[in-house]
Structures are given as C-alpha cells and as structure tokens.
Design a protein around this ligand. Structure first.
Ligand code: ATP
Length: 420
C-alpha cells in the first residue's frame, strides 16, 4: 500500500530568488486527498549528481517519489536519464512517442528538432503518461513495491497528467482511507499558551481508534491549530475532527473564533448578520485597512455601513464629533478618543455597532509614555462599550494589521458577551 510520498522539484530556476516551486503544493493537495502523506520534499537544480543523491535518498524513505520538471528536450533536462540510471534501467526510444511529438510539430508547420527525440526515451518497464498539453510525456515506473512518477514542470501539463495517473494507477494502490483537515483559529493567546491549554488532548488523540494529529502555526495576530486525521470514509474522518475541534473549543472558550478555518472578518460579518446589526468604523492609524478587510467578505454590504479615515485631529472633530477639548487634554491616542470615534461614527451612520482605532504605527511618532505600536481601540455594540490600549510589536505594516485584528476581535467578543 502506498501511503508515504516524497516530492522532488527539479530545475535550476527553482533555486534562484525569482521562481517558486508551486507544483509541489499542488501535488501535495492531490496526494492528501488519497490519504497519501508527503513525508518531505526537495528542490534540486539541473545537476545529475545532486539529482541522483536526492532520488536514492527518496527511495530509501518513501513508497512513492513524484518528480516534477526536467523532462524537456535540452541538455539540462536530466530527470529521465538520472532516474533510469539510479534504477538501473536502460533507456530506449519509444517510436510511438517520437511519432506523437513529430505530429505536434507538423501540426504547427514545423519540423521536429532532433533533440526532441530525447523526450521519447523511456526506461525499460516504464509506463508512458500522455501529455495532452505539451511534448514531454510523463513516466510511471514500478520499482518493486515502490513507484517513481515523472511529471513535466509546466503546471498546465502536469495537472491533467497527474489527475489521470491518480485515477488510473495510484488510487488502486493506496489504502482507500480518506484524509481530512480542520483549522481552528485562535486569538488572544500566544502560541505557547495555546499549546499549554490543549497539549494534554494530543495524547488522547494519538491513542484513539482514528488518531488525530495536531500542528500549531503562529502568524501575526493569530494562532492556527491544524488537525488532521485519516479514516475509512470522509464522513467518519469529518466526525472525528468535529469532535476533536469541540474539545479544543471547550479548552479555549471564546479565544477560538473559528473551528473550521474562517477568517476573522468573516466571523464578525456572520455574527452581525445573525443579529441583524450594522456597523461603521472610524480609523486613524490603520488608514482604512479595517474597512478593507471587512469589505473583502462577499455580501458585506449587508452589514457594513461606512468606514471613515480620520487621520488628522481636525478630521476626528469634523467627521466624528470627537470633542476638541478631549484631544487637547489627552492627545489623540487613548481610549476615551477611541470610544468617542466609535460612538461618533456609529451615531452619524445611524448603526448599532461602531469601532474606533487610533494609534502610533511608527516608525516615528513614539514617546516614552506612548511608544510606537501603542494603539487604542474601542468597540460599541448594543449593551456594551469595550476599549483597550495595546502595545503591538513590529513594523508599520505589522502594527496596522494587528490593530485591525484586535479591533475585529473586540467586536466579536463584545457581541458574544454583551447583554443588550
Ligand atoms: P518542458 O518539456 O515543457 O520544458 P520540463 O519538464 O522540462 O517540461 P522544466 O523545463 O523543468 O519542465 O520547466 C518548464 C517550466 O515549468 C518552468 O519554466 C516553470 O515555468 C514551470 N515549472 C517547472 N517546475 C515548476 C515547479 N516546481 N513549480 C512551478 N512551476 C514549475
């Protein structure tokens, strides 16, 4: 049974600073759906020695090696030859492939260059995978219990070929198990606080009849917990993950904003729709990013009324009704100003939910009392006014993003806890 794979992306361009190996992401997704896990992947240049080492290593570790790239007609396309060499298979020209390649050229009124015959070379015992969108055929090579698959580099050639190979050759050789993933999204905790709270679940999950594995990923302003499991059917694996997600929510409570991978702006939007509320935002240091994120969600016109960017103090007074005396006495970055912005924008829009964000995104403008990254945020919802001063770390862009994340989260928590 094939259940562990390695992916080898071949091409010197993939080792430069300009080309990204996206094929391996695509291949990983396709293999996962069959319950085949990618144990590791590598990127190798068009170098016979490096490639031979990488192939030997893969064959010592996994059941399935998928190579992409390096099947072209030129001298630097060496995948086919090196694979044949490592497997000890002789290469022979397949007259049928030569004829097909020749026909593609003839159809365009061209003669086939002699070097293209190279693409018709097939290792003994290999099965040829037709290329509907290009000249380089792919190859499926059985090597004892193991399989080596060679696919062309261009994504539009690779995709249909991989789909065919999976359906006709790979699916019958896999366990038939279904794999599923579920992403639980958390705010308001650090990575280690999250891990600490859920770690004791890992052991139980590992010993369960359908084991669940978990990985924590931290990014700016949020933590994602990825749960993965394999089971006989899609329905079973999804039920197992739903139960595991429930256990996480029990531990983390309100800090979980989505138990199935939704974005925070979407979660907030869904809450507003469910309660029939509308929202307006007043932004200073985030410069419209909050309104932008809110309106990234399709259908947000149902609940977004307006966003006002009031950068200058005068704009805060003129557009939001923030009292000049408050700004004179306290400056622009503090919770009373954020609250005045939130209530001001909500009142002017005539909506129930308002948000105010005012802070110092940097790199200049900080003071000892209010360093760069100091951001005051307020949310007004029916029955509650929330506000808090944050000290975010990072550059200007990161401070802006974290401010919007905190503002959205404040609205979410206020909506879930307020008693209107
Ligand atoms: P062809 O005969 O069509 O050239 P090939 O197998 O020789 O196929 P390469 O020459 O290695 O393919 O790559 C051709 C192009 O395919 C690259 O220029 C790049 O645009 C794309 N490509 C190659 N490898 C990858 C990869 N791992 N991820 C994304 N794109 C890739």
């Amino acid at each position: 049974v094939i259940d562990r794979a390695a992916i080898l992306a071949v091409g010197s361009e993939l080792l430069t600073s300009t080309f990204v190996d996206t094929n391996s992401l695509y291949i990983t997704g396709e293999l996962e759906r069959l319950g085949v896990c990618v144990a590791y992947k590598s990127v190798v240049g068009d170098d016979r020695d490096e490639l031979a080492v990488a192939i030997r290593q893969a064959l010592s570790r996994v059941d399935l090696l998928v190579c992409t790239g390096g099947l072209g007609p030129t001298d630097d396309d060496v995948t086919r030859e090196v694979v044949a060499e490592v497997l000890g298979r002789e290469l022979r020209e397949d007259a049928r492939i030569t004829a097909q390649i020749e026909a593609r050229f003839v159809a365009r009124g061209l003669a086939m260059p002699a070097i293209n015959r190279r693409q018709a070379m097939v290792p003994a015992g290999a099965i040829v995978l037709d290329n509907r969108n290009g000249t380089a055929p792919g190859l499926w090579i059985d090597a004892g219990e193991q399989v080596v698959v060679l696919l062309p580099g261009p994504p539009r050639e690779l995709k249909p070929m991989l789909a065919d190979a999976i359906e006709r050759r790979l699916a019958p050789r896999t366990s038939g198990l279904a794999l599923a993933r579920r992403v639980i999204r958390v705010t308001g905790r650090t990575e280690s606080q999250t891990e600490e709270a859920v770690r004791s679940l890992y052991d139980t999950w590992a010993r369960a009849p359908v084991p669940v594995s978990a990985t924590i990923l931290a990014s700016l302003g949020q933590i994602d917990l990825h749960l993965t499991a394999l089971a006989a059917t899609q329905r079973e694996v999804e039920a197992v993950l739903a139960a595991a997600a429930g256990e996480v929510v029990e531990r983390l409570g309100l800090d979980v904003y989505s138990d199935n991978g939704l974005k925070l702006e979407r979660v907030v939007g869904d809450l507003l729709i469910a309660r029939g509320l509308r929202m307006a935002v007043a932004e200073s240091c985030t410069g419209g990013l909050l309104a932008s994120r809110l309106t990234d969600v399709p259908g947000s016109s149902q609940y977004v009324d307006r966003g006002i960017v009031a950068y200058a103090n005068a704009a805060k007074v003129e557009l939001l009704g923030v009292p000049q005396s408050l700004l004179d006495a306290e400056g622009a970055v503090n919770e009373p100003v954020a609250v005045a912005m939130a209530t001001g924008v909500a009142a002017r829009a005539g909506v129930e939910v308002g948000v105010g964000v005012t802070g110092i995104a940097g790199p200049d403008g900080g003071t000892p009392a209010k360093p760069v990254g100091t951001v005051a945020i307020a949310a007004v919802v029916p029955g509650a006014v929330a506000s808090r001063t944050y000290r975010f770390v990072g550059d200007r862009e990161q401070v802006k993003f974290q401010s919007t994340q905190a503002a959205l989260d404040m609205v979410r928590r206020a909506l879930l806890t307020a008693r209107p």
